[in-house]
Design a protein around this ligand. Sequence first.
Ligand code: NAI
Ligand code: OAA
Length: 328
Amino acid sequence: MKTPITVSVTGAAGQIGYALLFRIASGAMFGPDQPVNLRLIEIEPAMGALEGVIMELDDCAFPLLNEVVATSDLNVGFSGANWALLVGSVPRKAGMERADLLKINGGIFTGQGKAIAENAADDIRVVVVGNPCNTNALIAMNSAAGVPNDRFFAMTRLDENRAKSQLAAKANVHNSDITNMCIWGNHSATQYPDFTNAKIKGQPVTDFIKDQEWLEGEFISTVQQRGAAIIKARGASSAASAANGLVDTVRALTTPTPAGDWTSICVCSDGSYGIDAGLIASMPIFVKEDGSWDVVPGVEVDAFSREKIDASVQELRDEKAAVADLLA
Ligand SMILES: NC(=O)C1=CN([C@@H]2O[C@H](COP(=O)(O)OP(=O)(O)OC[C@H]3O[C@@H](n4cnc5c(N)ncnc54)[C@H](O)[C@@H]3O)[C@@H](O)[C@H]2O)C=CC1
Ligand SMILES: O=C([O-])CC(=O)C(=O)O
C-alpha cells in the first residue's frame, strides 16, 4: 500500500462537496491504489451538515479512505495537506455574473492562502473552484508567502469539457474524438473556447464542421453561458459536472499529458501569449513525466482568437484591480 496523501477540501458540505468527496474517496481522483486522508473544512454553521456527509462516507466503507477530519479551523484543515481543493464560497444566483462574487468571496482566500503557507506539506498544490475562481486563486497565491506560484491553479476544465461536448454533438462524433481544446482567459462569460486549434480525430475542426458562423457565434456563447443556463434550469449552479471537472483537473495534473495534446488549466502567467505575467489565466498546459507542467509553446493565435483572448485578459486585469486591497 502507498502512503496516504492528505487532501483538504473547503466547502465540503456544499453541493460540489457532496458530488466530489465520494469520488476522491473511491480513488477516481488519485487512482485505485492511492489511499487518502480527507481534511474537510467548513464554516461553523455547516458543521452539522458536514457530520451527515461524513456519516455517508463512513457508510461507503471505502478501502482507500484512511482518515477523515472535519474542522472549521484552517490551521487544522490544511495541516500536512498535499492538495488543497478550495471549493467553499458563495455561488452566484440567476442574474449575477461571477465577478459579482468578488467582494463576497474574495476575503475568504486571504486567510486560506496564509493558512496553507503555514501548515501544508512542502509539495502542496492548490486548485481553486470557488468563484470568481481565477481572481480568488490570485488572492490565495499572493497570501501564501513562500509557496511557489506554480502550485496555484483555477478550474476551467469544466468549460473545456463543455466545449468538447458541444463540438462532438455538432460533428456527430464522440467526445473522445476531440483533442487540443483550449479555454483561454477567465472562467467567466468572456472565456474563449478556441476552436481554431482544436482537433476532431486529429484533423482541424473545420474539416468536420463547415458552419463557421456557428463556430464563431453560438458555439462560443453556449460554452460561455453554460453555467448561467444550468442555474436557470436547475435553480442552482452546476455541481456534479463541476466536481467531475475537478477530478479531471487533478488527474490531468498528476498524469503525463498525451503527446501532442494539452489541457486547459488557469495558471500564473509567465507572460506567454500576451497574457500579463502574474495573472491567473487559462491557457494550454502540458504535464510532463516528472509531474511538472509547462505552458504549451507555439500555439497559433490568429486575429479572431487574439481579440477574444485580449478581452478576457482585460477582465482579469479589472478583477485584479478591484481586489488590490486583498493582494499582499
Ligand atoms: N470553477 C468552476 O468551474 C465552478 C465553480 N463553482 C463555484 O464553486 C463554489 C461552490 O459551489 P457550490 O458547492 O455549488 O456552493 P454551495 O453553496 O452548495 O456550497 C458552498 C459551501 O462552502 C461553504 N463555505 C462558505 N464559506 C466558507 C469558508 N470561508 N470556508 C469553508 N467553507 C465555506 C458553505 O458553508 C457551503 O457549504 C461557488 O463559488 C460556485 O460558483 C461552481 C461550478 C463550477
Ligand atoms: O456559473 C456558475 O456560477 C457556476 C460555474 O462557475 C459554472 O457552472 O461554470
